[in-house]
Ligand binder design. Structure first.
Ligand code: ADP
Length: 325
């Protein structure tokens, strides 16, 4: 491994609250240890098209509490091809940059892994996604804030659902992962949670809702992950309407889950991960992701973060079943 010269930092793919805290920590730690740091704008697009600026400690002041990412993000088709990555590498050489910190999800990590292996650069990933779907970390940057945003919405919907005695189906993000639905459903006291990791049984859900109704429940809430195999919230509504005859309303939370000021947990883990990323680079580590294992920062080979499926604890599903009666 060549000695690290300059370090580049970028955010890529889906954004999430806390990314700015990770940028701030990486930049300041790198400067502390004597590295020059470059901010790369709009993810891999900026690396290919030279949207690159040197960052000082002052440039990352006043951002720890801000949602989104000051470096902006993008989906970049060109980076999926070897020629795109070669262009990115050429720009890295131009700035004497041979290490990258990439804050993003599994797609961003796949791209980083290719770049590392094709051009022998040094690269560390930080898990930035509201989905919490990466193996190698208990929590990803943005997840906790997204859960809190969903909880706020569920609480508000519960008020109106109870007033009118309605069933609400609330759709949260999560095309391939039910973490956000699971945590916000448990925290919001949902009657049931529909996630891609488990087979949705409409009949069983309806039986449970009717039982609750007979027991005096005035409102019911189902939290659905957008990627549930039984369909989206509107399709599920149609299926349930065939069995029960209550008023059913659908609420899709959508992109509000991505925004907002990061909550304490996101600021803390993002800060720790940003700091640890630079220490890892300093030690010569590469092709790894920084994650949190309880209260300890750990490294996991990038490839494992998407090849190993992070499992939802089945005991949580059982617990919800008991508590929602
Ligand atoms: P996320 O990082 O949040 O999962 P994406 O899946 O959109 O978001 O990935 C972000 C970017 O990473 C893509 O726009 C692309 O530039 C790059 N990328 C994604 N998948 C790959 C891949 N298989 N090979 C190379 N680059 C990829």
């Amino acid at each position: 491994m060549k000695k690290t010269k300059n370090i580049g930092v970028l955010t890529s793919g889906g954004d999430g609250p806390g990314m700015n805290a990770a940028i701030r920590a990486s930049v300041r730690t790198a400067i502390y240890y004597g590295y020059k740091v470059f901010g790369i704008y709009q993810g891999y697009t900026g690396l290919i098209h030279d949207k690159i600026t040197e960052l000082t400690s002052r440039d990352v002041g006043g951002i720890i509490n801000r949602g989104g990412t000051i470096l902006q993000t993008s989906r970049c088709k060109e980076f999926r091809e070897y020629n795109g990555r070669k262009c990115a590498f050429e720009n890295m050489k131009k700035y004497d940059m041979n290490a990258l910190i990439v804050i993003g999800g599994d797609g961003s990590f796949r791209g980083l892994h290719d770049l590392i292996n094709e051009f022998k650069i040094q690269g560390i990933g930080l898990p930035g996604t509201i989905d919490n779907d990466l193996f190698g970390t208990d929590f990803t940057i943005g997840f906790d804030t997204a859960v809190n945003t969903a909880l706020d919405a569920i609480d508000r919907i519960r008020d109106t659902a109870t007033s009118h005695a309605r069933l609400f189906i609330i759709e949260v993000m999560g095309r391939h992962s039910g973490y956000l639905a699971e945590y916000s459903g448990i925290g919001g006291g949902a009657e049931d949670i529909l996630i891609p990791e488990t087979i949705t049984d409409i009949k069983k859900i309806c039986d449970k809702l009717e039982k609750g109704h007979r027991n005096g429940k005035r409102s019911s809430i189902l939290v659905v992950a957008e990627g549930d195999e039984a369909g989206n919230a509107f399709e599920i509504k149609k299926k349930i309407e065939k069995v029960v005859n209550w008023e059913i309303r659908v609420s899709i939370l959508g992109h509000i889950q991505r925004g907002g000021s990061p909550m304490a947990i996101d600021r803390l883990i993002a800060t720790r991960m940003g700091y640890e990323a630079v220490l890892a680079i300093k030690r010569g580590e590469t092709d790894k992701m920084v994650g949190m294992d309880k209260d300890t920062a750990i490294l996991t080979p990038l490839k494992k973060t998407w090849t190993i499926k992070k499992k939802i604890d089945p005991s949580l599903v059982k617990m919800l079943d008991i508590l929602s009666t």
